[in-house]
Design a protein around this ligand. Structure first.
Ligand code: ZN
Length: 270
């Protein structure tokens, strides 16, 4: 166990559940280590699924319901605070220029984080809200660092191993396919999956929970058509690049830029 923590961590994401899908294990791990983890979610996700299993919501009920789900999940993961901006789903690109960036900048100034995490340039899935969060969070971060001379701060984008991204034919930026850091979430991935299960309104969250369980404990075929065996073989071939087959969440360090970065995992902690 690491004894020190990196201070305050601030996450900028688009929809309730993005943070847990991509960073749930990391949120839980660093909260347990004593970091204050803040999550800023730009929309209320009101255009998403209207429930899974026996849960059936109306379109009007969905936004408030998802925001409540998020608060419950993040409480269970030990997050310090959640800032919900409450915009309509799929509408971030329609906002007046600079509005979201200014809100993000105000949050940076108020919290003064040491680590900032957001989506990379393709937003991991190409969703326009995800891409808008990347653009506005990166611009706000750059202003925060240059105009306000913020020190001791790093910016990370969510990422995944290149070999896996290419195998799944995902449309990702180079940064999103070049993790510089792989946070080992062996101790907390079970809580991440439990958190995803609590997002009962969303099919995606349930599917990602299934995928994680299949990758790390089951032995059947997962949603992407890869067997556990196949995934382990992939990680075996990635070992030289610093990968392990432990449950891991990956990030690319975007600022400060890493000079002569050679495509390997440089660290398993912030
Ligand atoms: Zn999303």
């Amino acid at each position: 166990m690491i004894s020190s923590n990196p201070g305050k961590i601030l996450l900028f994401f688009a929809h309730p559940d993005d943070e847990t899908s991509s960073c749930g294990g990391t949120i839980n791990k660093y909260s347990k280590l004593g970091s204050q983890v803040y999550i800023c979610t730009a929309t209320n996700g009101n255009k998403g699924d209207l429930g899974t299993g026996d849960l059936k919501l109306t379109r009007e009920e969905l936004g408030p319901y998802r925001e409540k789900e998020e608060l419950k999940v993040l409480k269970s993961l030990g997050a310090y605070d959640v800032l919900q901006l409450g915009y309509d789903d799929q509408c971030l690109e329609l906002l007046e220029n600079g509005v979201l960036e200014q809100q993000f900048l105000n949050i940076l100034k108020k919290i003064q984080p040491n680590i900032v995490i957001t989506f990379g340039q393709r937003g991991f899935s190409g969703h326009t809200d995800h891409i808008q969060v990347n653009i506005n969070a990166t611009n706000a971060f750059n202003k925060y660092v240059t105009i306000y001379s913020a020190q001791n701060i790093r910016l990370f984008y969510t990422a995944m191993p290149k070999l896996i991204a290419e195998k799944r034919e995902m449309d990702l930026s180079e940064e999103e396919k070049s993790p510089t850091i792989g946070i080992d979430i062996s101790d907390t991935w079970g809580n991440k999956v439990a958190g995803l299960r609590m997002y009962k309104s969303q099919r995606d969250a349930q599917e990602i929970a299934n995928m994680f369980e299949t990758m790390y404990q089951g032995d059947s075929i997962d949603n992407y058509g890869e067997s556990r065996e196949e995934i382990l073989q992939l990680f075996e071939s990635l070992k030289n690049y610093g990968y392990t087959s432990n449950p891991t969440e990956y990030f690319h360090q975007y600022y400060p830029k890493l000079e002569n970065y050679n495509g390997t995992i440089l660290s398993n902690r912030f």
